[in-house]
Design a binder for this molecule. Structure first.
Ligand code: AMP
Length: 434
């Protein structure tokens, strides 16, 4: 916890001139805390377990030492970074490319729901860095001719605790069998589970554990509030907050894929620019929705916990937990989507009578009681009629266009766009966001 007397620079931590300049060109004037803690060890060639809150600059903390080692010893298939979600994998590759643009770094991204042939072509170009989700990487290791990671020097597991969940365990074990034991390994995660310790025993060599924050903290620039709401008026409170916070770039978290779609339709029926994203959508649709949000075409992204890990959209200034996560650690990941890289942000949790228990677990985990979101109940109740209408119309649309889960080419994003256009004509509900 002691403050350093001299502000550290990337150079003073051992980062070479070329990469320090790359950092500067990205606007990284000084290293973040996790970078300060981990870079000297990682540059020395140590294995690292990094516990860093989301938005702390952890991608830089593992990308810089890899790029520096690559500069010293250029070779294809130098490093492999695994991530639990496709979006995070793409984001990591983008940071590698941005930091490595001056040194001609080539990356391949191997994620599911995307054309395998294109990916095989990118592997044939013999990239330096492969970033991917475990299933698809394993698929290529098994089926793509001339692709192997036998000369790999670095392995990174980002969101390591998630990657060690049962759903990924088998794929990870298989991948570990196909890469050299003589390598450097970095594990990064905002939350740490015993399973990480298990992997630590299996694969790491005298790792250095670096921690940029206490285990389950959230960043200081994040303001967190909650509001107890009757379940039947939750939509009204949601709409009220969105109206109060007009102009904010907002992520709303719900429990199920269907409710992302329903809520996005409901909000659209009220004239708000909302877009749903969930695992029901094809990868192209997911990226499309994300890009619309990033570009500001839509300012409300309604998503499931799928989008809660690692995603970096610095402009997000409001996170609303429409549903309270049962697993309190998910809360940390969700609210970490705002107040990134030193910016401020607000997270509001809407707690119904059925969710109080889960909410109390969250307060216990973060070690503090949160203040209440100040909502004028009378004003909220004025929204009941229009919100009820909007919900009814959203339900009708969902009924007319039943779940697209198994259908190709008509994903919710597209449906929602079409539905928005047709519903706008009959729209009589009025709470205005901007
Ligand atoms: P991450 O935790 O890796 O998702 O990074 C969060 C955000 O912080 C990204 O937008 C990075 O570009 C940014 N970032 C990373 N390192 C620094 C730094 N040293 N100074 C300023 N911003 C940074």
């Amino acid at each position: 916890m002691e403050e350093m007397d001299e502000p550290k620079t990337f150079r003073s931590l051992g980062v070479c001139e070329q990469l320090a300049e790359a950092c500067l060109s990205l606007g990284w004037a000084n290293p973040t805390r996790i970078q300060m803690e981990s870079l000297p060890h990682a540059l020395e060639g140590k294995d690292i377990i990094g516990i860093a809150q989301t938005g702390s600059g952890k991608t830089g903390a593992f990308a810089l030492p890899i790029l520096q080692a690559l500069l010293e010893n250029p070779q294809p298939f130098f490093a492999c970074v695994l991530s639990p979600t496709r979006e995070l994998a793409i984001q990591i590759a983008e940071q590698f490319e941005a930091l490595g643009s001056g040194i001609g770094v080539k990356c391949a991204v191997l994620v599911g729901n995307v054309d395998k042939v294109q990916q095989a072509i990118s592997l044939a170009k013999r990239p330096h860095i492969v970033v991917g989700t475990p299933g698809r990487l394993l698929d290529h290791l098994s089926n793509t001719k001339n692709f192997s990671l036998r000369t790999l020097k670095y392995l990174v597991l980002d969101e390591a605790d998630k990657l060690l969940n049962l759903e990924f365990e088998k794929a990870i074990d298989e991948i570990l069998k196909n890469i050299p034991r003589e390598r450097k390994t970095f594990l990064f995660s905002a939350t740490m589970t015993n399973k990480v310790k298990k992997l630590q025993r299996a694969c790491l060599r005298s790792p250095v554990k670096v921690e940029a924050s206490s285990k389950y903290s959230t960043v200081e620039t994040l303001k967190q509030q909650f509001r107890l709401v009757p379940a039947k008026y939750k939509d009204c409170y949601l709409v009220y907050i969105l109206t109060q916070m007009a102009g904010s770039m907002t992520m709303i978290f719900t429990r199920t894929c269907d409710s992302t779609r329903l809520l996005a339709l409901l909000l659209r029926n009220l004239g708000m620019r909302a877009i749903p994203i969930s695992s029901q959508l094809s990868q192209a649709k997911r990226l499309g929705a994300l890009n619309k949000f990033k570009a500001g075409e839509c300012d409300i992204l309604v998503c499931t916990g799928l989008m809660s890990r690692g995603l970096d959209i610095p402009q997000v200034d409001l996170v609303i937990n429409y549903d309270i996560p049962e697993n309190s650690k998910d809360y940390i990941h969700r609210v970490g989507r705002t107040a990134r890289a030193g910016r401020t942000g607000l997270a509001v949790s809407l707690v119904s009578q059925y969710e109080v228990e889960w909410y109390l677990l969250i307060e216990k985990l973060i070690g503090k009681k949160l203040p209440e979101y100040p909502a004028e109940e009378a004003e909220v109740m004025q929204l009941v009629e229009s919100v009820t209408d909007a919900r009814r119309m959203a339900h009708m649309t969902m009924k007319d266009n039943p779940s697209h889960r198994k259908r190709r080419g008509r994903d919710g994003d597209e449906d929602a766009d079409e539905q928005f256009v047709s519903l706008k004509k009959g729209n009589k509900s009025k709470p205005k966001r901007r």
